[in-house]
Design a binder for this molecule. Structure first.
Ligand code: FAD
Length: 328
């Protein structure tokens, strides 16, 4: 169905985010039936520093567009460069992570090339003709099935963690340098300064195990039970919003629609009711284990395993059991 897929690789300080790797893995899958080609594009200036991070991506070709005007992201320069690359390569689909940068970039690019854009895509039913793209709406309460009617290429931004896929896959792509011509008059924004909001931040997006704690913990002292469990598991601690609003944990640890979106292999929801604003942040977890005293708590609808009980009793038992298993 897809003969050619172009992937835009995000990067910062020589590192490529997980979601770009997931895009490569997805592009591979989308082209597997047709034996099609995947081309990954890296935009920037003085790109030597990023080379090691991308040269073994599981794609057919990596195109480096190196231009001083691409040194820092500006929508004007990026749209100019990508329009040229898309016109030259003629992909069927352009994939990029649903990152803050690409939320800004993708609608502008779609408007420039006058093609359809599907944002925050969480699934693709590629065996249907035409394929169906799934996009969550209203904080994930509804999923919209989207069939694109405009000519290709279609632009699609991908939700981090939604497609999983192997991000350790390696390939031996052909590497090429591409020249892009950027009209400096097209750049309407001046880059002043990068202010990192993640410098001292806990990045829960990379955690493999997260122990999430909610209002059911009842008081700040009981957080020690959660910390013990997290330490036994080697896990990060996350929280629902009331815990953060109470000032019991830092804002970085909030998971949900106004916090982080996580995709650990294992997520413990302890004393968390399962409000939709929390669920949207955890729905890409591999396995959800809920501990809640209310057997009708909505969290049990999304949990693979559930324990009905008082967290103050259940959590220490679980911690003890895990310690025993770990020490052998
Ligand atoms: P509650 O809903 O009060 O649930 C507590 C749970 O603990 C209950 O299910 C109860 O049965 C259980 N419990 C009680 N005692 C025990 C016990 N002893 N042992 C075990 N279980 C027990 N929320 C987020 O989490 N993240 C967000 O990003 C977020 N963004 C929001 C954005 C907006 C615009 C709005 C309006 C709300 C947002 N919320 C967010 C809040 C959200 O709507 C819920 O209010 C919140 O998720 C509830 O948190 P909770 O599950 O910890 O608390």
């Amino acid at each position: 169905m897809f003969q050619k897929v172009l992937v835009l690789i995000d990067h910062s300080e020589g590192r490529v985010p997980q979601v770009s790797l997931e895009c490569c893995s997805l592009a591979r899958r989308l082209t597997s039936k047709t034996n099609g080609k995947v081309n990954a594009v890296v935009l920037g200036s003085s790109l030597d520093g990023i080379r090691a991070a991308v040269e073994h991506l599981p794609v057919d070709r990596i195109s480096f567009a190196d231009d001083p005007l691409l040194e820092k992201y500006t929508p004007g320069a990026y749209v100019e460069a990508l329009e040229q690359l898309i016109t030259e390569d003629g992909p069927d689909v352009v994939l990029m992570g649903h990152t803050y940068q690409n939320m800004d970039l993708s609608p502008r690019l779609a408007a420039r090339i006058r093609r359809a854009l599907v944002t925050d895509c969480v699934a693709i039913r590629e065996d249907e003709d035409p394929p169906v793209f799934v996009h969550p709406m209203f904080h994930g309460k509804l999923n919209a099935d989207i069939r694109v009617r405009s000519p290709k290429p279609w632009l699609v931004t991908i939700q981090s963690g939604a497609f999983g896929g192997r991000t350790d896959e390696r390939g031996t792509p052909e590497i090429e340098a591409r020249t892009v011509h950027i009209d400096s008059d097209a750049i309407h924004r001046e880059f002043l300064e990068e202010v990192s909001v993640t410098a001292d931040r806990v990045d829960l997006t990379k955690a493999e195990i997260i122990v999430g704690v909610g209002r059911g913990v009842r008081n700040e002292e009981n957080l020690s039970l959660i910390k013990d469990l997290a330490s036994a598991l080697g896990a990060e601690i996350g929280a629902s919003r009331p815990i953060v609003d109470n000032g019991w944990l830092e804002r970085d640890r909030q998971i949900g629609s106004s916090g982080q979106t996580v995709s650990p292999k294992l997520y413990f929801a302890i004393g968390i009711s399962g409000a939709i604003q929390h669920i949207v942040g955890i729905r890409n977890s591999g396995c959800i284990v809920a501990i809640n005293s209310d057997p009708n708590a909505p969290i049990f609808n999304v949990a693979a395993y559930g324990i009905v009980g008082d967290m103050a009793k259940v959590v220490p038992l679980l911690t003890e059991k895990i310690r025993q298993l770990k020490t052998g």
